[in-house]
Design a protein around this ligand. Structure first.
Ligand SMILES: Nc1ncnc2c1ncn2[C@@H]1O[C@H](COP(=O)(O)OP(=O)(O)OP(=O)(O)O)[C@@H](O)[C@H]1O
Ligand SMILES: [Mg+2]
Length: 360
């Protein structure tokens, strides 16, 4: 339905998007995530040509919307846009806000437009608010009105640019639920969001933008549970990572394990995982640090995921010469215990040492 081919968009400071291609099918929900300033809004605005890329093509239902001869208003009518700031007309009541475009632009009969607006308000849970002014509504309610107003134009696709990021946290859910319902009913959507739980919950495909292009994409499960590339991993784990440098001369495994347990307690966890933290101390770190040819320093990371009890431990061992999960560092009993209590454990050589990964 939307076919973006090799678009490039630059501002004064150089390219923001370079050779971005993305195909969106009818009924899909694309979620766009990425760091601040990476071009998420720019990409969204290219789709309805609020911004014109200098290179590439964007086909909507087979028409290249970058063609200067195209009737862009007709194309835009197929697309609704919901912004962070709701952009309601403050001098018009809720009903007037919703019927304005259907009546003025689509030349819809006023009575029909009002009847439909009432249905839409019901759909977003705001029956009875038609004659209130925007200033009388909460942020979450205003955003639901903005969604109803968009729906009143019968768009084929809705573009959402951070629809919940201007809201008080208590109002995020009500707006997310409305969007989720639309998506479940089959509305084609492109959603830029910083809410990772929502992204996982609502998206059929997740796009991670970085380095001016689609750096990694996949299903929510692939991106959130098994990101493959370093920038995606860093972005997703940034706020959910415990990291500590360990030095042999000042090593205190007891306090390390209580710090890690405390960190884990902010997430969903099982008693087995708590136990595994102590086991990693006793069966892995202790032997590694106490072996005569063992490690002098290491970095330990605990990477927690928001929506599951699946967490990951990574231990970087920069100076170790041979596989840390084998003799002479660990004996068979150490390994058996580690394997028994974790989902999997494996080591990988790096440039100057090894890394041990433990899926908890
Ligand atoms: N109209 C413009 N003129 C000049 N520079 C712009 C313009 N619009 C965006 N930029 C720049 O392009 C870059 C990408 O902006 P964009 O708004 O697309 O990022 P974003 O990923 O949506 O960020 P955020 O998460 O903060 O909303 C930024 O560095 C921004 O300063
Ligand atoms: Mg933005």
């Amino acid at each position: 339905m939307i076919d973006i081919r090799n678009i490039t968009k630059s501002f004064e400071n150089g390219p923001i998007l370079e050779n971005v291609s993305l195909n969106i099918k009818k009924g899909e929900t694309i979620v766009i995530i990425g760091g601040s300033g990476c071009g998420k809004s720019t990409l969204l605005r290219c789709i309805n040509r609020l911004i014109t890329p200098e290179k590439g093509e964007i086909y909507i239902d087979g028409e290249n919307i970058l063609d200067p001869n195209i009737d862009i208003d007709k194309v835009r009518r197929k697309m609704g846009m919901v912004y962070q700031h709701f952009n309601l007309f403050s001098h018009l009541n809720i009903l007037e806000n919703i019927i304005l475009a259907p009546v003025e632009v689509n030349k819809m009969n006023r009575e029909d437009a009002i009847a439909e607006a009432k249905q839409l308000l019901n759909r977003v849970g705001l029956s009875g608010k038609e004659y209130q002014m925007p200033s009388q509504l909460s942020g979450g309610q205003k955003q639901r009105v903005a969604i109803a107003r968009t729906l009143a134009m019968h768009p084929e696709v809705i573009l959402f640019d951070e629809p919940t990021s201007a809201l008080d946290p208590t109002m995020v859910d009500e707006v997310e639920n409305v969007i989720k319902d639309l998506v479940d009913e089959g509305m084609t959507s492109v959603i830029v969001t910083h809410e990772m739980r929502f992204a996982r919950n609502v998206g059929s495909r997740v796009i991670f933008l970085a380095n001016r292009h689609i750096y990694e994409e996949g299903t929510p499960n692939e991106i959130f549970d098994h990101p493959q590339k370093p920038l995606t991993q860093r972005f997703l784990y940034r706020s959910r990572m415990f990291e500590k440098e360990l030095l042999k001369e000042s090593l205190d495994l007891y306090s390390l394990s209580s710090e890690m347990k405390k960190f884990l307690s902010g997430y969903q966890y099982s008693n087995e995982q708590l136990k595994l933290i102590s086991i990693i101390d006793d069966e892995l770190l202790y032997p590694l640090f106490n072996h005569p040819e063992g490690v002098e320093n290491a970095t330990i990371r605990l990477l927690c995921s928001d929506n599951s009890t699946s967490h990951m431990m990574q231990i970087y061992l920069p100076s170790i010469k041979s596989d840390p999960l084998k003799e002479p560092y660990l004996d068979e009993l150490n390994i058996n215990i580690l394997e028994h209590f974790s989902h999997f454990v494996f080591s990988k050589p790096t440039e100057n040492g090894y890394i041990v990964n433990i899926q908890m």
